[in-house]
Design a protein around this ligand. Structure first.
Ligand code: AMP
Length: 114
């Protein structure tokens, strides 16, 4: 996988508003938020897209969702609601090729997405 801006955030080479960290994951606020709450959860293990995940990554992928859920509970919007999104490749709208889960909350989100 080629180097991305998210690798630099993991290594603290560029700043980010980090809201969550454990052995496996990092969570930080999106620099261009699309909702009042917009956090990205990323695996520290480099993986460009969801297409690169395999059965051995089941635990890691579950951790991304559980971290988002825990953040929603901690911040008090789990009951009002939120959305999690993984964009994959060009048609999915992916712009940074380091797997990430978007967590969006704090306003009524429309459906279908654009
Ligand atoms: P995607 O389009 O799904 O690949 O999402 C990439 C997201 O990364 C976008 O929502 C960007 O706003 C966000 N982003 C890009 N660079 C940074 C950065 N340095 N810090 C935080 N978020 C970023």
């Amino acid at each position: 996988m080629s180097e991305t801006i998210f690798s630099k955030i993991i290594r603290r080479e560029i700043p980010a508003d980090i809201v969550y960290e454990d052995e496996h994951l990092l969570g930080f606020r999106d620099v261009n938020p699309q909702a009042p709450v917009h956090v990205l959860f990323i695996p520290k293990k480099p993986m460009a897209t969801l297409n690169d995940a395999d059965d051995g990554d089941a635990d890691l992928l579950g951790r991304l969702l559980l971290a988002a859920r825990a953040f929603a509970s901690k911040e008090g919007f789990a009951e009002s609601g939120y959305r999690t999104v993984i964009n994959c490749n060009a048609d999915g709208g992916q712009s940074v090729y380091h797997l990430h889960l978007h967590l969006l909350a704090g306003r009524q989100l429309s459906w279908p997405p654009g």
